[in-house]
Design a protein around this ligand. Structure first.
Ligand SMILES: O=P(O)(O)O[C@H]1[C@H](OP(=O)(O)O)[C@@H](OP(=O)(O)O)[C@H](O)[C@@H](O)[C@H]1OP(=O)(O)O
Length: 441
């Protein structure tokens, strides 16, 4: 019954759950799924005419809900030890943390997929088959027209297996296995872009804005309030400890759907500060902060459009589209550089350590873009008479291509889209962009 109530008032859902950034549950961006995990709303698709039929779909999907990485388990363990060692509390929720709640996360979990993450992908597969029944169909799966590509990371491989299982269970297919290709050049391009590795990933000064914010007044106030709630010395609650507490609340909720006592350490103002710190990390490491962040996704950008072009030419020749659906499973850092390259969620002002107060309405907000199982879809429609249209969807909702004027119900002409991204289509060469000493001009 609790699920019937507005998520905002559901005591099982932490009030701060909408601020969990890339540690957020998929259901927080699609709350109707809380009541019915397989619910879809086909009316959102609105092709401009009844003649339109979908001929190709590429889905770029983040893995499902996972355990914390080793780096964060260590921080969480340190906070747990600190809380266990503090003076016996009078508040029952804190006494529960001090005496009942046990630290069950271990370093060997290291970001592996959890059962909820298996279900995230099983259910997403079924919902997408309901949204696009002529493409994600048993006939096309059996016909080898649905391709799977994954990052080599265990959480992505297991998400791929789960997505496939969603379909084989739906159609009770037991007599056939479907393969997937492991392709890190595509799904983990950031690992192979030398200029990104040198100038951002391995450059300590690249994250200056995040470092300054973590030492700044907003974070300091959050740390003090946590220390007050725990009844410990201010100097014990560092930014790392605040992050560990936030992640304990987020993981207990995402993995076990529990509104744990750890969430009591934050009010909404605190959670918005923690969310901004995570957005600063993503902005400068994967988003608009540095041009190379998005240019490192050129290989995925060209892969997408060559796939779309192939479907167009096969369709125009009256041939069956040999790759009707491509399911590509990667990371938050696979999707975000591509979203950035395409211009999505670009604010007029950069996110910095000093403008938090004016960025409360920012569009660059990973809590809305990149929960577990976040998915970016490109659906190609043939509307007859050579009228081909491309519709982008993020997390099962149509999103207009930024800056594209012809936004007929977010389904512009494919040629318009290619014209809009012509500079990238003619350039954006991964080798050129990623070489360390880029030739000027
Ligand atoms: O803060 P952690 O260690 O969890 O950061 C992870 C990334 O998680 P995210 O920041 O996206 O929540 C993880 O991305 P994911 O999409 O695979 O979950 C990434 O693969 C991992 O390397 C960590 O990223 P970092 O940039 O190395 O901190």
């Amino acid at each position: 019954l609790l699920n019937d109530v507005n998520p905002e008032e559901n005591p099982d859902i932490p009030t701060i759950a909408k601020y969990f950034s890339t540690k957020g549950r998929y259901e927080e961006v699609n709350p109707h799924l809380i009541e019915d995990i397989l619910a879809v709303n086909t009316s959102i698709l609105q092709p401009p005419s009844a003649q339109c039929r979908e001929i190709h779909l590429t889905a770029i999907i983040r893995h499902g809900t996972r355990y914390p990485t080793t780096k964060n388990v260590k921080k969480m363990q340190k906070l747990y030890d600190l809380v266990r060692g503090s003076a016996p509390a009078k508040d029952s929720w804190l006494r529960e943390l001090q005496t009942q709640w046990t630290m069950w996360y271990t370093e060997d979990m290291d970001g592996r997929l959890v059962q909820k993450g298996v279900n995230d992908h099983r259910h997403l597969a079924v919902r997408l088959s309901k949204l696009f029944p002529s493409l994600i169909s048993e006939k096309k799966l059996r016909g080898g027209l649905i391709k799977f590509i994954t990052s080599s990371k265990h959480r992505c491989v297991n998400s791929t297996l789960s997505f496939k299982a969603g379909l084989t269970e739906l159609w009770t297919i037991r007599d056939k296995e479907f393969e997937h290709a492991v392709n890190d050049a595509l799904m983990r391009f950031f690992d192979q872009c030398t200029r990104f590795l040198e100038e951002v990933d391995n450059n300590p000064s690249a994250m200056t804005e995040l470092d300054k914010f973590r030492e700044g007044p907003e974070m300091k106030r959050v740390e003090e309030k946590i220390a007050d709630r725990l009844g410990v010395e201010y100097n014990l609650i560092t930014d790392d400890m605040a992050e560990a507490a936030f992640y304990l609340c987020a993981y207990e909720f995402a993995i076990k759907t529990v509104n744990s006592p750890w969430c009591r350490l934050f009010d909404e103002v605190d959670a918005q500060v923690m969310e901004y710190a995570n957005d600063l990390k993503q902005y400068w490491k994967r988003g608009y902060g540095y041009d190379i962040n998005s240019k490192s996704s050129c290989i995925l950008f060209h892969d997408l459009f060559s796939r779309l072009d192939k479907a167009v030419s096969e369709n125009q020749l009256g041939q069956p589209v040999t790759e009707a659906v491509t399911v590509q499973i990667g990371h938050a850092e696979t999707l975000l550089p591509l979203l950035t390259l395409l211009g999505f969620f670009n604010d007029s002002d950069a996110l910095t350590s000093t403008n938090y107060a004016t960025q409360t309405q920012r569009s660059f907000r990973t809590s809305h873009m990149l929960p577990y199982a976040a998915n970016l879809l490109f659906v190609l429609y043939d509307c007859g008479g050579g009228d081909l249209r491309l519709q982008p969807l993020l997390n099962e909702k149509p999103v207009p291509f930024p800056g594209l004027t012809d936004q007929k119900a977010s389904m512009p002409l494919y040629q318009e889209v290619k014209k809009h991204y012509n500079d990238l289509l003619q350039g954006c060469d991964f080798e050129t962009e990623c070489q360390l000493f880029k030739n000027p001009g």
